[in-house]
Structures are given as C-alpha cells and as structure tokens.
Design a binder for this molecule. Sequence first.
Ligand SMILES: [Zn+2]
Ligand SMILES: [Zn+2]
Length: 332
Amino acid sequence: MVDPVITEPPTERWSGLKVVTLGTAAGPAIRSECAGIATAVVVDGVYYLVDFGLGVTRAAHEAGLRGEDLRACFVTHLHSDHVAELPAYLLWNWGQPVQGFTEPVQILGPGSADPEAGAIGLAGLVDHVLRGYSYDIDVRIVDEGRPPLYDLISVEEIGLPDSAAGASGESTPAMDPFVVYADDRVRVSAILVEHPPIFPAFAFRFDTAYGSVVVSGDTTESDNMVRIAAGADLLVHESVFLDFYRALDFGPEFLNHQLISHTTPEGVGRVATRAGARRVVLSHLAGVATDEQWTAGVAAEYDGPVTVARPGTVFEVVGSGTLAPATAGTSA
Ligand SMILES: [Zn+2]
Ligand SMILES: [Zn+2]
C-alpha cells in the first residue's frame, strides 16, 4: 500500500544553504528520545544526506524533504548507527507514488576495509539490500509502475588518494581533503578521520556558493579534522560525554574505545579553534548530558558560537561563499 498523503514540495524554506540535523544520537543504543545520526545539507531546494541513522526516514519526511529532491548520499563509515536505516530510506523514497526520486542517485562512501578477508564495503552493503528487498521492489515495478530501483542507485566507493598510503584503522596519515563529488550546487570533499578500529572513516565538506559546511562523521580529535574544517562556516562535529559512561560503571575497554575513537567537547573546541571554524554544532552525541555540560567543554577551548543539535533543527548558513555555480542560473 502507498500512503496517498501528498504535501507541498519545499520551496522558499529551502533557498540558500541550510543544514538540518535530522538525527543527533550516537548508537547503537537508545539513550534518549533523539533519532540516530543523519544530517541533510540543502542547497536551493535540493538536498544531500550524510549518514542514515535510526529514524532518518521519518525525520527527513517531517522536515519536508522528499526523495524527488535528493541529489546524492554520503556515508561516513560502516558502523551500523550510520547505515542502519539506509534500506528503509531508499525503499520509502523511490518513485513517483511517494514523491520519491525517479532520476539516478549516487551513494558515496567507504570501500571494503579488507577485501581479501571478505569484508564488504558500501557497494556490497547496498547490493545486499537491493537483493534482500527484491521481491518488494519487483512487485512495485510491475504493480505501481515504478522505475527499476536497481537502475536508480549508483554506489561509488571512495578511492583513497596517494597521500593515504599506509592508512589503516590504527593509522591515519596527515592528508589534504580530496574532491569526491561535484555538481552545479556543491563540491564535496572527503578526508580520512581517526575512528579506530573502523577503516575507512570519512569527514565530508560541502562548499557552495553560499558558504561551507563540514560534517565530522565519527572521529577522535584529529589533525585531519582541522584540515578539512579550515575556515568552515559551519562545523557539525560529533562528541562524547565520558562522565555519563563513567557514572554508569562502563568497563575500561568501552571507556577506552570512547576516548580513542570519539571527541570530547574540549577536543571539539580545540579543533574548531585551530580550523578557524565560524560556528560549531554538536551532533552525534554519545552519552547524555545537559546542553550546558556539552557546550561548556567546547567553550573552554573555542570563542565562537556553539549549539547542541536537536532532531529537526534547521541551521541557515550564511558564509562567504566559496563555489561559483557551474551552471548559470541554477543558484540564483
Ligand atoms: Zn557513530
Ligand atoms: Zn562509528
């Protein structure tokens, strides 16, 4: 059955550059009412999604984002809290009957960490999803006249530049951001971040005619984050509140993982200051704390504005603008 509810497409609300923190929680654990990590970057009415945490399908719809306006998807890494709802998002946003996408959509993200050991990357994950749901997909192609979903999805596993030679889940070399995607509205760059033992793990930067947005993905305090966030108008950075876990008597292994794989609020502040980021939004919150507890640590190291993201918050980005539109008239 198809839900017949049709709503007005997004218009003025989505002019310029906006960031929507669709979901803000780390996982996989339900520790708050917040949906899992997912971030939308909206540029003049079309949007780009970064990660697919639990709840992204409903959150994007409630924000007014429809599949027909989706341009491309970016996956930072293959931890389940970042990809768990990718299947549902695709199946709920495909084809005309649901105001879904009818043109090809690219999904970019990590390749296999170890192909010889049989570890699958993003292409394998999406392929398994499409196969797993092929009965439903095939029925809808015939029964509802939808275009073949298989032909609308193209996965690009992000190749690593020479500067990443020797990189692994335990070692991340210093490198410059490298361009992974570009269209008439955005140029997207990636960089390896440090999220051991996961490899690869990326941060992404969106440069637009209106300004720049950086999404950290999951990372410990990282020099590469400083590089990719240089001069960013908005830095969406993950964070962990260790006292929450300490108070619950989590074991030393778990606390150590949090420490070496995630960033304390103070660490976010140091990264933002070194990068010269103009504004910080904390999202992908690991642990539960008050807004004051989250922001105090950042503010100890950073003088700029800091906001703790809420699911569904829309941030308008007004920056210097760093990208001339490639096609005249598309970003007036
Ligand atoms: Zn995560
Ligand atoms: Zn992770």
